[in-house]
Ligand binder design. Structure first.
Ligand SMILES: [Zn+2]
Length: 121
């Protein structure tokens, strides 16, 4: 999952999400847990903190797998955004300029009423 997303905290409270190994790391494809300093190499799940009203950018889509995050999204506490730079599958080609609208090309002028007030100045 390389697609990056952003999450915006729409609530007035700071949100802290634990990103459990079994959910987040698995979805991510690598372990993002934090290794605690010390002799025993204990690892604790990383966490995601989003202050009230703030937006967290460059998150892996894997965060959406975390149940509590998904729940918050469903409840509208978080809104998912995709950064505008995010590329789709196709490489960014030059935007094809809008083809010229074939305006009246080949349209006979026969339908134009010959009578009438033309060239009214
Ligand atoms: Zn992990």
């Amino acid at each position: 999952m390389n697609n990056q997303i952003s999450l915006t905290n729409t609530t007035r409270r700071m949100k802290v999400f634990v990103l459990p190994h079994a959910e987040y790391c698995k979805a991510l494809g690598r372990c993002a847990c934090v290794e605690l300093p010390g002799k025993k190499k204990r690892r604790v799940p990383s966490s995601l903190t989003i202050p009230a009203g703030a937006k967290a950018d460059e998150l892996s889509q894997a965060v959406l797998v975390v149940k509590r995050v998904a729940q918050a999204v469903r409840q509208g506490e978080l809104t998912v955004g995709r950064p505008p730079r995010a590329r789709r599958r196709k490489p960014a080609r030059r935007a094809v300029e809008a083809p010229p609208v074939p305006a009246d090309v080949g349209e006979p002028e026969a339908q134009e009423p010959k009578t009438g007030k033309r060239g009214k100045k």
